[in-house]
Ligand binder design. Structure first.
Ligand code: NAP
Length: 260
């Protein structure tokens, strides 16, 4: 007897912010039959299921832990889903002078924003076929070096280069990879970034809502775009970092933040 594979979306960072908005859009605007919603907070994931219904399957996990990715791998082997969307959104940053950032936060930023993004993709790949779509949430922070956000921005460089290289590799198989590069979004991310570190980075030019970024990201992914940028400031940053010397763009950013 052949097993009917469910058209499934896997979304990390699904409990809040951009990831939650993407789950809402995937449920309402695409033909997915199931969304595996992954984040640490079981409570918030349950609330999401109450809002969106039985299509949501919750998968509480701390993705800084390698064992969480192994658990996901086992669940995928058992269920054999057809993954039509993979959204790697989970991420966090700590902004402030490097001497003030705890070593645990440094480790976890790299583990979550870079390690888990690649490892989750790795365990999902066998289940993504032609027409499948991978959306990796990077940031405009990947476009040029960012003092006071150095570890965070470096993890986003990893995410961006990884995504663009994977995109090229998977092209023949008909799988699209889009690097979603948001600018500032008004989410709990900013509170976590400032918590315990001090207020160095305080000017959020072009800040927008996660709803807007999510809509643009899904549209760009469906059109097979390599990058998704939303809003004037994100486009300006992208082009400035391509056309001007890197050191100048970094200096302009420091001036905009009133930092030296
Ligand atoms: N907000 C911005 O200004 C901004 C700008 C550019 C890029 N981004 C990127 O956009 C993505 C989403 O950010 P957001 O603004 O939506 O932030 P957010 O509201 O703080 O959401 C982050 C999501 O990641 C999950 N998460 C955090 N740590 C985790 C862990 N250890 N294991 C599993 N899940 C974890 C959170 O859920 P739990 O807390 O329940 O675990 C939450 O669902 C991130 O990759 C971020 O780097 C944000």
């Amino acid at each position: 007897m052949s097993m009917v594979q469910e058209r499934t979306a896997i979304v990390t960072g699904a409990s809040r912010g951009l990831g939650k908005e993407l789950v809402r859009l995937l449920v309402r605007d695409t033909g997915v039959q199931r969304v595996w919603a992954i984040a640490r907070s079981e409570l918030r994931l349950r609330e999401l299921r109450s809002e969106l219904g039985e299509k949501i399957e919750i998968f509480p996990a701390d993705l800084t832990e390698r064992s969480a990715v192994d658990r996901l791998s086992v669940a995928l082997q058992e269920r054999q889903p057809q993954i039509v969307y993979l959204v790697n959104d989970a991420g966090f940053g700590k902004f402030g002078p490097s001497r003030g950032v705890a070593v645990g936060d440094v480790w976890d930023m790299v583990a979550l924003n870079a390690g888990a993004l690649a490892a989750v993709t790795q365990v999902c790949l066998p289940y993504i076929g032609q027409g499948g779509c991978i959306m990796n949430v990077c940031s405009i922070a990947a476009f040029h070096p960012l003092p006071y956000m150095n570890v965070y921005s470096a993890t986003k460089v990893f995410a961006l280069h990884y995504s663009l290289a994977l995109r090229r590799e998977l092209r023949q198989a008909g799988v699209n990879v889009t690097a979603v590069c948001p600018g500032w979004m008004d989410t709990a991310f900013l509170d976590r970034a400032r918590e315990g570190v001090g207020h160095m980075v305080t000017r959020y030019a072009g800040i927008t809502t996660p709803e807007r970024v999510a809509r643009k990201a899904l549209r760009d992914a469906r059109r097979g775009r390599s990058r998704s940028l939303c809003g004037v400031f994100s486009h300006l940053t992208f082009w400035a970092s391509r056309l001007l010397p890197r050191s100048l763009v970094t200096r302009l950013w420091l001036m905009q933040q009133h930092l030296s």
